[in-house]
Design a protein around this ligand. Structure first.
Ligand SMILES: [Zn+2]
Length: 222
């Protein structure tokens, strides 16, 4: 069984079709989870292959959004802003686009920055947070706590602004959990407890994994 599968995507901006590698399901092996459910992968770092970049225009998106991204872009009033941003990146960014199984972690980091900016222009704040959390994981793996916490601080600010507008239950649970986790990491234990208690009181019967994580984290605060 091969570890990687070749797949194709069409860029919603320039229309070019390009290939990329994704990890085959049997090769996704998690050995453990951190307190915030960051997976620790046994062999292949699966996160690296969760973002893809058009080699023609640098448009970068989460692979999970492959079938929806065209609608996000076409129905968006900021289409021209994305084109402007990509033109700027085309002039200033010099690394080669790599969607292969040999992708470097440095290029992955750059992809997260590009995707974060693009989803922000598209107004998809919660997706920006999810992408930035992956960037914080990148720095956690590099043991660069200062950068990790800087990014978490930024995510916390975004979540504080957005969480009350989230309608989807799983997304709301995710947001409240991370508000708890980020405050915990920033040593604001009272704030952390406030979000976690609210979350645990509101959802007693849901099987969402972030609720179990919230219970564990709440235990750390005692
Ligand atoms: Zn493109």
């Amino acid at each position: 069984m091969e570890d990687f599968i070749k797949d194709f995507a069409q860029c919603p901006i320039c229309g070019k079709e390009f290939s990329y590698n994704k990890v085959s399901s049997p090769s996704i092996k998690v050995s453990s989870y951190d307190l915030d459910l960051k997976p620790e992968y046994r062999t292949i770092n699966v996160s690296l292959f969760s973002v893809i970049t058009c080699p023609n225009c640098y448009f970068t998106f989460q692979e999970k959004d492959k079938s929806d991204i065209i609608n996000y872009v076409n129905n968006n009033e900021n289409f021209s802003k994305i084109v402007q941003f990509l033109e700027y990146i085309g002039k200033t960014y010099s690394s080669k686009v790599d969607n292969s199984s040999n992708k470097s972690s440095d290029f992955y980091r750059d992809q997260l920055f590009l995707a974060g900016e693009i989803y922000s222009i598209l107004g998809l704040s919660l997706e920006v947070v999810k992408i930035m959390i992956k960037l914080s994981w990148y720095y956690r793996e590099k043991n660069d706590e200062e950068k990790e916490l800087g990014i978490l601080y930024y995510c916390g600010k975004l979540l504080e602004r957005e969480y009350q507008n989230i309608l989807n239950e799983d997304d709301f649970i995710f947001a409240l959990f991370y508000l708890g986790y980020i405050n915990y990491r920033l040593d604001r234990k009272k704030e952390a407890a406030k979000y976690l208690d609210y979350l645990l009181k509101k959802y007693k019967s849901s099987s969402n994994p972030y609720l179990k994580a919230a219970k564990n984290l709440r235990g750390e605060l005692r």
